[in-house]
Design a protein. Structure first.
Length: 732
């Protein structure tokens, strides 16, 4: 047994094999053969990226006892080191790491020079000519290849001396090569922009350990870029200048009015002009940042927004033939009667090349899309149907009876090129394109759609403007509506069949700023509020509701039909904690798969990034069916998809997920905690989005005060974007 140790210690040895490695290299499990004369092998876990099987390594970390996996050595840092023994040197040279040396040649070199072989290669390469098969030119090539390995080892030791993981050290070295140490010493902040996985916090930690001052111009420049990138992640396309400077002051500990003046010295991307400009103005002068009115932008989002506005205006002004709409034929075929507002929407779609159609649940958006499909096809034209996510596309296909695709598939996204193949040079061939769930469109995806719509194709954007905005930057649907520059129809009437639903009625109450009310008839209603003043009690209640009460009363399946939606990931009733509770209740005996996510065979899981080869997309929910020889098999609806062990980090538990992740989906039953511990996220559009995800049943669990807060707080809609202003200016 490994005795516990509080202080870090060092192990050296050979990595025998990797048992598990996450796709991003952030976590791995391996077996290490100790290099201390014993035959002991140790299970080592942690960030081992950049290290390879068969390599001799030095690992720094702490010994621990895992209740599930036994004795382990948790690695905090690790790097390759040169072997000392003849056997180790033979294995190292035979590994292929030194270009030009294979197993046979490695054997001859060690037979000739023994334990001095590596010293000979480095300091006296001409002696390699004493080995059969090595001439003068080849000996120099071997020395050069060996020196490259030495440079990499030195870089690893340098970086990990500043608390950089092996995986991250490998990425940094791949970016900078032999200049790694010099460039990082000169300005570590450049890594935050140039190396994937290095954020401002990591670069700042390294910089401070290298002696950079808190008010260093390079530090402030990096903070400016970082904060604008962070704002982009939060949905903004820019930040007001004063707000940006205030945030920089808070992050760096400098006064906003006293940001450092720049001498002629380097910042993150290169050298700035000399003179007295402050850091922000210097970055603006260099062109790395851009300012418009009082807003400061990164270059890409500003360019996308300008392009989107120009393309919207161009599309709005395009000439399209008026679409003939035979409402009588559609009504007869479908057995429906269109309301006046629906007829108005159809007429608008028939007249305009670009139309926004918005409305809440039960207002008839789907019926209008069906009628539009009928009209285009009746005229002999082709209509394309698409949505931002796979789940939304499937719902659209089910409701129309026609093929519907994700926008990425429709626009023929190429992962290798990280670009869409459909654009202005290869536009979509159709008379009409309908994009559903348009509230989920971020600025980048919307611009890609506009590029692929040829003149003469009418574009209809359908969505609910009161839902959460897109996860990505921008507020496209809301900006189009608020601009007043784009033809739009807002549906408000709730149809008779929908008005019988407590879910629909309460969704509209929330949208109007009114507190929802539970069903009057508990035996026939579909909307319930369960009081729980304590988060621990709420979590226990949610567990019983999902595992027992809802399946028993409503004949719904806990796995397939009930989805818990949480306002946040953290907290007693956050998605993480609820997943642990529900996993213990619904899948207590599932075989553990290892790794940091705690997945088991039988678990309900969600894909968290698009995988175009597997045809599984961000937000798709499935269930782990079984282990395979090298990983697991997951069932998504009727499809079964195999995952290798090193690809399991694409999956997370999905008994509970965030409300944001539920966008574009519908579930037979939704359960949602509404507690004051989620105070900062309790917003009207978040509650509205969650309620509208439920098809047959919605249950809110929590506190009346928290529910009131969510209904009254309508501030979550605001984002700093300029698309609406640009459209108004273009129209004027």
């Amino acid at each position: 047994m490994i005795p516990p140790a509080k202080e870090p210690e060092t192990l050296e040895g050979v990595l025998l094999r990797f048992v598990f490695t996450s796709a991003d290299g952030a976590y791995a499990v391996a077996r290490l053969q100790r290099d201390d004369g014993s035959d002991e092998t140790v299970s080592v876990v942690g960030a081992l990226g950049g290290l390879n099987e068969g390599e001799r390594v030095r690992l720094v970390g702490r010994r621990e006892q895992s209740a599930k996996y036994g004795d382990q050595f948790r690695v905090e840092a690790g790097w390759p080191v040169l072997p000392h023994s003849e056997a180790g040197i033979r294995a190292y040279l035979a590994s292929g790491k030194v270009e030009g040396i294979g197993p046979k040649l490695a054997g001859r070199i060690v037979d000739k020079f023994g334990a001095d072989a590596l010293d000979v290669i480095l300091t006296a390469p001409e002696r390699l000519a004493e080995v059969e098969g090595i001439g003068r030119q080849r000996s120099r090539a071997i020395q050069e290849a060996f020196r490259e390995q030495e440079v990499q080892r030195e870089a690893f030791v340098f970086l990990q001396g500043h608390v950089v993981s092996a995986a991250l050290a490998a990425r940094i070295f791949k970016r900078y090569g032999g200049q790694t140490i010099a460039l990082v010493r000169e300005n570590p902040y450049r890594m935050a922009e140039e190396v994937r996985g290095v954020g401002f916090a990591t670069a700042d930690r390294i910089a401070r350990s290298l002696g950079f001052a808190s008010d260093s111009p390079a530090r402030v420049a990096a903070a400016l870029v970082h904060l604008l990138g962070q704002a982009l992640d939060d949905g903004h396309t820019y930040l007001p200048r004063d707000m940006l400077l205030e945030r920089v002051a808070n992050l760096t500990g400098t006064e906003g009015a006293g940001l450092p003046r720049l001498p002629a010295e380097a910042t993150a991307g290169g050298r700035l002009p000399s003179g007295g400009a402050d850091v922000l103005d210097a970055l603006l002068a260099e062109g790395r940042l851009e300012q418009e009115d009082d807003g400061v932008w990164l270059r890409t989002p500003r360019a996308l927004e300008i392009e989107a506005a120009e393309r919207v205006f161009g599309l709005r002004a395009a000439q399209v033939p008026r679409l003939k709409v035979d409402t009588a034929a559609f009504e007869q075929q479908r057995g429906v009667t269109l309301a006046p507002a629906q007829r108005e929407a159809l007429e608008a779609a028939a007249r305009h090349p670009l139309l926004v159609l918005t409305g809440g649940p039960g207002t008839g958006k789907t019926t209008i899309v069906r009628a539009l499909v009928h009209a285009v096809e009746r005229s002999g034209g082709r209509i394309l149907l698409a949505a931002p996510t796979g789940r939304a596309a499937r719902r659209l296909a089910e409701s129309t009876g026609r093929e519907a695709r994700t926008l990425h598939r429709l626009l023929e996204y190429s992962p290798r090129e990280d670009a869409f193949r459909r654009d202005e040079d290869q536009p979509l061939e159709a008379e009409a394109l309908v994009v559903d769930e348009s509230s989920m469109l971020d600025l980048a995806l919307f611009t890609a759609v506009l590029r692929a719509v040829r003149p003469g194709t009418r574009l209809v954007l359908v969505g609910d403007a009161d839902q959460l905005p897109s996860v990505g930057a921008g507020n496209v649907l809301a900006d189009l509506l608020s601009s007043g520059a784009v033809p739009a129809v807002r549906l408000r009437e709730i149809f008779r069949q929908a008005s019988a639903s407590d879910i629909v009625v309460n969704a509209h109450r929330v949208q109007a700023g009114e507190v929802p009310v539970p069903a009057a008839d508990p035996d026939r209603g579909d909307f319930f509020i369960v009081t729980a003043e304590d988060p621990e009690r709420a979590r226990a209640l949610i567990g019983r509701l999902v595992a027992e009460r809802i399946p028993a009363k409503f004949n719904l399946n806990s796995f397939d039909d009930v989805q818990v939606l949480a306002p946040m990931h953290r907290g007693t009733c956050g998605a993480h904690a609820l997943n642990e509770t529900l996993q213990a209740l619904l899948n207590p005996d599932g075989e553990p798969l290892g790794g940091p996510r705690g997945l088991r065979v039988g678990d309900k899981v969600m894909q968290v990034r698009n995988d175009y080869e597997k045809e599984v997309f961000n937000g798709d929910v499935g269930r782990i069916e079984a282990r395979t020889s090298d990983g697991v098999r997951v069932r998504f609806d009727e499809r079964r998809v195999d995952y290798a062990a090193d690809a399991l980090d694409a999956l997370v538990l999905a008994y509970a997920c965030s409300v944001h992740k539920s966008q574009g989906s519908e579930y037979p039953a939704v359960v949602m905690p509404v507690l004051t511990e989620h105070w900062v996220m309790l917003q009207r559009n978040l509650l509205y989005t969650a309620v509208t995800r439920g098809r047959r049943l919605v249950v809110l669990v929590g506190q009346a005060r928290a529910l009131r807060r969510a209904v009254e707080n309508d501030q979550g809609l605001h984002r700093f974007t300029a698309l609406a202003r640009r459209l108004r200016e273009a129209a004027a």
